[in-house]
Every structure is written in C-alpha cells, then in structure tokens.
Design a protein around this ligand. Structure first.
Ligand code: AMP
Ligand code: MG
Length: 334
C-alpha cells in the first residue's frame, strides 16, 4: 500500500510518498521565504504554494519511481493551519482523488508530527513534547485520542526565543543564536511560571528585555532564560509521565534541536528510568512524509474523508482526532 501526502499548513509545501512498512519513497518540499530570508507573509502563501505544488508532485512521483495510479490513498493536511496555505494542499488532494478515483484522507498536522516521530524513533506510547515556533504542548495518548495534558498559556517556546532574539537584533530563527549566547552565560534570577501542567513564557520574555535594558550581560540573560524555560518544560513533562505511568519521552518540533534542552530532558528521563528520543532533525520540520504516513495509518483503520467533509479546519485541535491505531495501548487516567 502506498500513500501520497500533501503538507501545506504554513510556510512549507511538501509532497511525501511512503509505503506500508514506513519506507520513505519521496520527500519533496519548498519553504516560502521573504527577501530577508526568513519568515513568511500569510497572504502570499497561497501564491507561493500554488505555483510550486504541481512541480513538487511530479518530482515526488519520479523520485518514488511510481505513477500516480500506484498510489492507494491521497492524504493531505486538513488543519490546523493558515487558511491560505491549507487551501492549496486541500484543492490539489481533492483534484487527485477525483481524477484518479482514490480515497482521500484529511490528516491533523499535529498528529502527523507525532506519528512520524514514533515511526522514526520506534517509540510506542510516548509522552510527546511538541515545541516549535507555533506550538508548546505536552501530549500523550489516553482513551482513543492524543490528549494535551499540558501547554503554554500564552506564547509558544520557539516564538519566545525568536522574540528575544529579535529584540537583540538577530535574524529569524532566533533559537540557535540564543543557544550560542547562552553557552557563555551564568545564572541571574528569572520568574519561573508553572501552573499545574501548564507553562507561560511571555513573562520571561518581558523580564529578559527589562534586564537587557538595565545593562545585564546578554549571555547571562540568554543562559538564564533557557535554563528557566527548559526547567519549566521538564517539570511538567515529568508530572505527565508520573500521572500516566508511561516510560518514553519523545520531543518533536524545531526547538528540539537545542542541545541544552536535550541534556536536561535526558537527565530527567534517566532518573525516572524512561527512554528519551528526539525526532530526527530532517523530519522535525513540516513535511509531506508525515502526512502520507498518518494518512496511511488512518486509511488502514477505516478512516476516509468524504469530499463534502474535506474543507480545511483552521483550528483543528489534536484532541479532536480519533487515533484507532493506538487503541491497543489504551490507558485510563486515575
Ligand atoms: P518549527 O516551528 O518546528 O519549524 O521550529 C522553528 C522554531 O524552532 C523557531 O522558533 C526556532 O527559533 C526554533 N529553534 C530552531 N533551532 C533551535 C535551537 N537550536 N534552539 C532553540 N530553538 C531553536
Ligand atoms: Mg509543524
């Protein structure tokens, strides 16, 4: 069985092709960049993605050495995401499904990040820490769905790091620059904001800006920001591990690249006897393969998206999606 997946929730348009065994046959992507080389303008996404989608599709089909008729299921990212971007993938998917008489599967983007992570790290039932520019969530499978057991109450961690970097006049993405500066810093006092299993980062950003204006060393501010923000995340992740009695942690999303963050998670996991995994760098970002794989899992479990149910779902939360392939691992929260 072969699944073709189309990703187009934000800056990336991607076409991925995968087989039933998780063999990646093609992975074509293109990311919109502004002239300054970073970021994107939401209203321009439609044009960018539209222009390049068919080219990427042709390349992917060539790379996989198949024809479109060999594809068993057409998968597309249905949400959550930016409507202008989502519409390109959804339209292409509908066209292919109708023209070639293939089943259509709308995939939740967040679920796809988890599923490609599980596939590539061979984790079974992890507590997932999803930390990117647009998300900060602690997610795990409970009773038929992935549940968000902890999340940011304001801005995502990647966004907080980018904002601090922008304030320091560094270009996007700012995370790597903050990481570099932090290596030479020492600790100064920072607010630590954990509420139950939730975290909040906007106060940390405000505090960091205030310290810099006061003349504190940039390195010290970056170091302390990281130590505090990462410790908050480690604490809530540990709480979710304890509550659910799970023994695997999987970190996905762009911020997972941070070496200090990895180290802090690794220490906590070691102390708890849990396995620690990070999604491979190449598949940390948005891609069509993760959509293809999740579409294939869905299709094998009887999930098909009818044409009149294929409209984009801008705010489709991960916990609204049934994931029957995880059912055998069901646990109940006490
Ligand atoms: P994504 O949204 O998954 O594409 O991830 C992008 C986010 O990851 C941006 O906010 C980046 O600043 C952040 N990021 C990338 N590399 C690092 C790093 N080494 N340390 C911290 N954050 C990072
Ligand atoms: Mg994403």
């Amino acid at each position: 069985m072969i699944s073709l997946g189309i990703e187009s929730t934000a800056h990336t348009i991607g076409i991925g092709i995968i087989d039933e065994n998780g063999g990646i046959l093609a992975d074509e992507r293109d990311m919109m960049k502004t002239k300054e080389g970073s970021g994107f303008i939401p209203r321009e996404l439609f044009e960018h993605h539209q222009k390049i989608a068919v080219d990427l599709l042709k390349k992917a089909i060539d790379k996989a050495e198949i024809t479109i008729r060999d594809v068993d299921v057409i998968s597309f990212s249905q949400g959550m995401g930016i409507p202008n971007a989502l519409r390109v993938g959804a339209s292409l998917a509908r066209y292919l499904a109708i023209k070639y008489k293939k089943p259509l599967v709308g995939v939740n983007h967040g679920v796809a990040h988890i599923e490609i992570g599980r596939l590539l790290t061979k984790t079974k039932d992890p507590v997932v820490v999803y930390i990117s520019g647009g998300n900060t969530q602690i997610i795990t499978y409970v009773d038929g769905r992935y549940r968000i057991l902890g999340e940011t109450e304001d801005i995502p961690l990647g966004n907080a790091l980018d904002e601090l970097a922008r304030f320091l006049n560094y270009p996007m993405p700012g995370g790597p620059k903050i990481e570099e500066l932090a290596k030479k810093g020492k600790y100064v006092d920072f607010p630590y904001v954990v509420k139950g299993s939730n975290v909040s980062f906007s106060g940390l950003v405000t505090h960091a800006k205030r310290l810099i204006k006061k003349g504190f060393k940039v390195e010290d501010v970056c170091f302390s920001f990281q130590e505090t923000a990462f410790a908050m995340l480690v604490e809530v992740t540990e709480r979710v591990l304890a509550h659910t009695e799970k023994n695997e942690v999987l970190v996905v999303g762009g911020v997972a690249r941070n070496k200090r963050l990895q180290e802090m998670f690794r220490i906590m996991c070691k102390e708890r006897g849990a396995r620690f995994e990070i999604v491979p760098f190449k598949y940390a970002g948005d891609n069509g393969v993760m959509i293809a794989w999740t579409g294939l899992l869905s299709y094998k479990h009887g999930i098909i998206t009818k044409m009149d149910e294929s409209k984009i779902l801008q705010k489709w939360r991960i916990d609204e999606v049934e994931v029957p392939w995880m059912k055998s691992r069901s646990i109940h929260l006490r």
